[in-house]
Design a protein around this ligand. Structure first.
Ligand code: SF4
Length: 375
């Protein structure tokens, strides 16, 4: 089982909180697409002969690509890889890019069967704080356009912990999501990342800082209301109706192989992890001379164990000591069991047979708990 991630590094403008690699311009779009097609051809062997179950266009803003180019990328993938009959093909889109004509072409020509919409909030004051392009009204219209175009398999992103978002508005955001009966929600706490415009503006007292208590309160509201509406909290930031889990992200969390294409994209094939160069000019030039600029790391057993603990604890499938025993050996199981017990006593972790899960309370501390189990 493998996935392909395609990074489309263009945006209309750079949101204040964003630390993804993306240029606030589409100037290099044509040369980029050609370079990407080249990279796909000569890196196809990275995932060996694994069947490709998912293709994911992320970014950046993939919906800034013309349908013709998306079609060309997907057709090339079909020529180079063993693509599953029921492949999930996701496109991340921003609400301001969605119109009937684009959606019709997308549906008729590309095979995209899942859309992930970067809504973030339905309230203009939050969107202004984040420096998003769209308004709350356009956010709703984009969902309605997708539903009218026949897209059912759909995710939206919502951010909590925005200083302008009080608890009532957060509940209202969630209510709007439930009203549309959308099958999938990715929801993240606003994080002030290093070297972002948000960090600079907060440091200059031009924007209000985030508040830990607000983040915890709104995370708890999210857990409670999503469960009441029948959503499964299957990964710390992801909620889905049964049958609508993101197959692509599940590949990451279950240790499957993936090939990342485009500047800054990551790849993993069980043995090594690779990161493409985070620079458009260097990326395009490197494809012309067929010499990938990337960093590569061969994972040690300890690193593989740490990754398994980190990702599995964040999921509803939990962390299984049988998997640790078979994959890494007895010494790793002993280390895990010695260090997990304080968290069981603190009611942050629960155990079912050989499998350990975070409790709702423990989900607040996911990173710290995983860190304490690392080798
Ligand atoms: S649209 Fe997405 S990728 Fe682009 S700047 Fe905003 S958050 Fe970053």
């Amino acid at each position: 089982m493998a996935g392909i991630y395609i990074h489309i590094p263009f945006c209309k403008q750079k949101c204040y909180y964003c630390n993804f690699y993306a240029l606030a311009s589409v100037k290099y779009r044509d040369v980029f697409t050609n370079a990407l097609l080249k990279e796909m051809k000569w890196r196809a062997g990275y995932i060996q002969n694994e069947e490709v179950k998912t293709i994911y266009f992320g970014g950046g803003t993939p919906s800034l690509l013309p349908v013709k180019e998306i079609q060309q990328i997907i057709e090339t993938a079909y020529q180079l890889f063993k693509i599953s009959n029921n492949v999930e093909i996701t496109l991340e889109a921003n609400p301001d890019d969605i119109n009937q004509e684009y959606l019709k072409k997308l549906k008729d020509y590309t095979g995209i069967n899942r859309i992930s919409l970067g809504i973030q909030s339905f309230f203009d004051e939050d969107l202004k704080y984040l420096y998003r392009v769209h308004s709350g009204k356009v956010a709703r219209q984009s969902i309605e356009s997708l539903l009218a175009a026949g897209y059912r398999n759909m995710n939206i992103d919502l951010i909590y912990g925005i200083p302008t978002l009080d608890d009532n508005h957060w509940e209202k955001n969630l209510e709007i999501f439930y009203q549309y009966k959308l099958p999938h929600l990715s929801s993240y706490a606003l994080t002030v990342e290093h070297k972002t415009a948000l960090q600079v503006l907060i440091n200059k007292n031009k924007l209000q800082n985030t508040d830990e208590d607000q983040i915890i309160r709104q995370f708890d509201l999210l857990l409670k209301s999503s469960a009441e509406h029948g959503y499964v909290h299957y990964e710390i930031s992801n909620f889905a109706l049964p049958g609508y889990y993101s197959k692509h992200n599940s590949t990451y969390w279950m240790g499957g192989y993936y090939l990342g294409l485009g500047p800054s994209a990551h790849s993993f094939n069980g043995v090594s992890r690779q990161w493409n160069v985070k620079n458009m000019k260097q990326y395009v030039e490197s494809q012309q001379v067929e010499k990938i600029i990337l960093e590569k790391e061969i994972l040690t057993k300890e690193q593989q164990y740490n990754e398994y603990v980190m990702t599995s604890l964040r999921t509803s499938w939990g962390c299984d000591t049988i998997h640790i025993l078979n994959g890494f050996g007895e010494k790793f199981v002993q280390h895990f069991q010695q260090n997990i017990h304080p968290f069981i006593d603190q009611k942050k972790v629960k155990q079912k047979g050989t499998i350990y899960f975070l409790t709702n309370f423990g989900k607040r501390f996911a990173d710290g708990i995983a860190g304490a189990l690392f080798l």
